[in-house]
Structure formats: structure tokens, C-alpha cells
Write a protein that binds this ligand. Structure first.
Ligand code: C2E
Ligand code: CA
Ligand code: CA
Ligand code: CA
Length: 277
């Protein structure tokens, strides 16, 4: 039994070692990914659930690794966060999103762009004055830039994040609370942080057709947001039944594969052209 246990321990250690090595490799590669142009933004429309018309786009990061192919942001964002690379990557994301949005607005599309902001980037990586200068340099209204923030806050960060939130909203930027209903992005978050909109996590939307309980939770979230004068965006809408149920619950906005997957810029332009009124 002892020998068996020993083998198990050794096996476990090797697996952990491999994981650490992979992680280190990705961290080293991620450092160069920016310079080598391996990062790209994809854009997913956020639509009015009644009309289906696009209102904005969520900007989602993609990494095409030269050897491993496409790597999910769920894999490399945590590495970027723990290594500090998230600062440089986050700056690139916001600058790229704003330049692209300026281009689309000049071509007549009325849109906003929302970018995901890790709390690790706050406040220095997304300084309110820097954001202000960036949008004015590009001729954008601050209202057309949305900052989506999510979870994983330590108690020690609450004050600095709250101060940052106040400052960016005072400058006219919009703040959305992402993944609402999961993890830390819950009621205590709304208590401490004034936001404009909450995004209902796709875990609730996924099962809402089959599960009465999930519909009830969404109904309760809608009622609460209504009382707090918060807008709501539902994530992960994949079929017409979900869309109809959400509309019936007075959810005004949504995104998901039913409308469009996240798309490269040129394909998003084709989507926008198809939806011109
Ligand atoms: P998120 O912000 O919650 O983004 C929504 C995720 O749901 C995206 O995954 C999107 O592709 C996916 N999605 C959208 N509609 C549907 C649907 O109908 N069904 C299903 N099953 N999935 C849908 P993605 O692009 O893989 O991004 C994963 C996460 O990585 C994001 O979750 C976000 O937390 C993070 N992320 C992505 N880009 C950035 C970035 O630029 N900065 C930071 N800090 N995080 C990012
Ligand atoms: Ca998001
Ligand atoms: Ca989300
Ligand atoms: Ca997320």
C-alpha cells in the first residue's frame, strides 16, 4: 500500500510539473505574442432583443499561437493576470477596440464597444485620465466605451476599485458588471459598486427553457435590476425560445450564437451591413 501510495504521489508531482512547465512556456510566448501580432480582437454583436438590431459589440481577445494554434482566453488571461502581462495586453485591447470603433462610427454605424477589464488592471492599467485622452484623441464619445468588470476581488481591492469606478463613470464611460449571478459578481458587488448595466451569466440562460428554477432566478434578477434602474444584457442566447422568454421577462438586450458568434472585424462589418435599416 505504501509503495502504491508513493507511486501516486510521484505521478501527481510529475503532472503538476508538466503543468507548471506549460504555463511557463505560455507565459514566455505570451510576452512575444503582442509584438508578433498573434493577438486579435473578435467582435460579438449585442442586440436589442425586440428588433434584433445591433447596439454594440463586445470585444473578445483571440491568441493564434504559432505552434499550438488557437488558445482560449480562459487559458491565457489568468496567465496574463498572474504574470502582470495583463497591463500591456489590456492597453492594446482598449486602444485597438477604440480605433476600430472610431472607424466604424465614421462609416455611419451607431455602436458602442465593450471591453473586458480585469480587476488586476485597475487602477493603473486603465487610468481614468488615460481613457479620457484616448477617446478624445480618437474623436469618440466616452459613452461609446463600455468597461466590463468581473469577479475575483479581494477585500483589500474594494476601495480602489470603487474609487476607479466612480472616476470613470464621472467622465462619462459606462461600466457593466459581467457574469452576474456567479462567483463574486453578486449582490455584495452591487452594494459596493455603482454600475450601469448587469450581464446575466450564460449559465442561467443555458437552462432557462427546461428549468423553471432558472427562469425564476432570471425573473428575480430582472425585478431587482428594474428597482435599481439598471439595464440588463443576457449572455449566451443560443435559440429563439430563450430569446422570447427573456423578452417576455422585459430583458431588453442580449448576445449569443443565435445572433452571431464573435467575428473578426471584416466579418462583423458584413453582419452590420446586413442589419442596416
Ligand atoms: P466573457 O466576458 O463572459 O465573454 C463571453 C464568452 O461567451 C466569450 O467566450 C464568448 O465567445 C462566449 N459566448 C458568446 N455567446 C455565446 C453563446 O451563445 N454560447 C456559448 N456557449 N458561448 C458564448 P471567449 O471569447 O472564449 O472568452 C472567455 C472569457 O475570456 C471572457 O468571458 C472574458 O472573461 C475573458 N476575456 C476575453 N477577452 C478578454 C480581454 O480582452 N480581457 C480580459 N481581461 N478578459 C478577456
Ligand atoms: Ca464580458
Ligand atoms: Ca460574461
Ligand atoms: Ca467571464
Amino acid at each position: 500500500a505504501k509503495e502504491h501510495g508513493g507511486r501516486q504521489v510521484r505521478f501527481f508531482t510529475e503532472a503538476m510539473g508538466r503543468e507548471l512547465l506549460e504555463r511557463h512556456r505560455l507565459e514566455v510566448d505570451l510576452k512575444q505574442a503582442l509584438e508578433r501580432g498573434e493577438l486579435e480582437l473578435y467582435y460579438q454583436p449585442i442586440v436589442d432583443l425586440g428588433s434584433g438590431q445591433p447596439q454594440g459589440v463586445e470585444c473578445l481577445l483571440r491568441w493564434q499561437h504559432p505552434e499550438f494554434g488557437a488558445i482560449s482566453p480562459d487559458t491565457f488571461i489568468p496567465i496574463a493576470e498572474s504574470s502582470g502581462l495583463i497591463q500591456a495586453i489590456g492597453t492594446w485591447v482598449i486602444e485597438t477596440a477604440c480605433r476600430q470603433l472610431g472607424d466604424w462610427q465614421r462609416r455611419g454605424w451607431v455602436l458602442y464597444a465593450s471591453v473586458n477589464v480585469s480587476t488586476r488592471q485597475i487602477p493603473d492599467g486603465v487610468h481614468p485620465d488615460w481613457l479620457s485622452q484616448l477617446v478624445s484623441r480618437l474623436g469618440l464619445e466616452p459613452e461609446s466605451l463600455v468597461l466590463e468588470i468581473t469577479e475575483s476581488l479581494f477585500a483589500s481591492e474594494i476601495e480602489s476599485v470603487a474609487a476607479w469606478l466612480k472616476a470613470v463613470r464621472a467622465l462619462g464611460f459606462k461600466v457593466y458588471l459581467d457574469d452576474f449571478g456567479t462567483g463574486y459578481s453578486s449582490l455584495s458587488y452591487l452594494k459596493n459598486f455603482p454600475v450601469d448595466t448587469v450581464k446575466i451569466d450564460r449559465a442561467f440562460v443555458r437552462d432557462m427553457v427546461e428549468q423553471e428554477r432558472d427562469r425564476t432566478l432570471i425573473r428575480a434578477i430582472m425585478a431587482m435590476c428594474h428597482e435599481l434602474s439598471l439595464q440588463v444584457v443576457a449572455e449566451g442566447i443560443e435559440n429563439a425560445v430563450q430569446r422570447q422568454l427573456l423578452s417576455d421577462l422585459d430583458c431588453a438586450y442580449g448576445q449569443g450564437y443565435l445572433f452571431s458568434r464573435p467575428l473578426p472585424a471584416t466579418e462583423l462589418e458584413a453582419f452590420l451591413s446586413r442589419h442596416e435599416t
